[in-house]
Design a protein around this ligand. Sequence first.
Ligand SMILES: O=C[C@H](O)[C@H](O)COP(=O)(O)O
Ligand SMILES: C=C(OP(=O)(O)O)C(=O)O
Length: 340
Amino acid sequence: MPDQDTLPTPAEAGPPLPAPVAEAVARHRESVTAVLTRRDPRLLVVVGPCSVHDPAAALDYAHLLAGAADRLADDLVVVLRAYLEKPRTVSGWTGLLPDPTLDGKGDVATGVRLGRSFLLEAAATGLPLAYEFVDPLVAHYAADVVSWGAVGARTVASQPHRHLASWLPMPVGMKNCVSGDIGTAVDAVRAAGLPHAFPGIAADGRLTTLRSTGNPDAHLVLRGGRKPNHGAADVAASLAALTAAGLPPRVVVDASHGNSGKDHDRQPAVLEDLAAQVADGNRGLVGVMVESYLADGRQDLGAGPPRPDLSVTDACLGWERTVPLLEVLARAARRRRSSL
Ligand SMILES: O=C[C@H](O)[C@H](O)COP(=O)(O)O
Ligand SMILES: C=C(OP(=O)(O)O)C(=O)O
């Protein structure tokens, strides 16, 4: 009898992807790649809650977003942030997958099951899913359903994360360091593009050697640092740095985190600035990221049960404020396309 801390294997954590979902994931990955390689002139928009703490409410959000994504599909490829792990600067709640009871008990065995079931339900909305791979071990519970992956600002220098990214079968964004340094992320894009052999976990739970062929769709994400780096000059400098490193000049820019000083009220101005750059014809700016949820703001975890509709990690833009910004981004992408 396994003790309560024994994790199910990836194959035991939930049902395999239903065939129609697997087919949709393959199509979504191809759509994201087409935007990154500029075969598709639309703009990639990775948008959604900072973290999922209440699966039912996050699914409500996903349904709203799926409606908007359909409406704006001529101009935007919208991807849902379905983040179940949180990297912490020092400490704090680490996400639904490692801590599904939100209280530090760390019931990872329940978390991997709950997390997988959430991802399958979120994928059933028809949206592509975005996921930050924080712990390479648990990547194996999520990777098959993810269409855009991220390696975050706190792990981008890590060799295991770069190796994982080289093996993951979807485009992976490498975020600049929390300091604002982009060189480490550029190195990470190069490393992820190469073949590697490294330890991992097979579907049956056995440790195995994973062999990657290199991820051709790894790319840089600007998320700001000690100061923002979303402006046209910083975007141009990052594209030049990529070209100098022999990499395709393409960048996704996160309107949150260091680019908004973690103040959700500053995301609209950052997004307006990014939309202006796109409308001006910047083709290297291939995508943006937005932290958005049902209600505006955030709450601390603490005394009572948290509100389902309000972020428990970074403050998010509420849904009502998100929709007009998606429309601004769509107009900008349309304008860029019309000038091609
Ligand atoms: O995206 C969310 C947070 O910015 C990230 O988890 C770091 O949070 P912290 O600096 O509050 O630990
Ligand atoms: C933690 C995140 O971002 P960053 O790595 O840029 O801090 C995030 O997007 O949730």
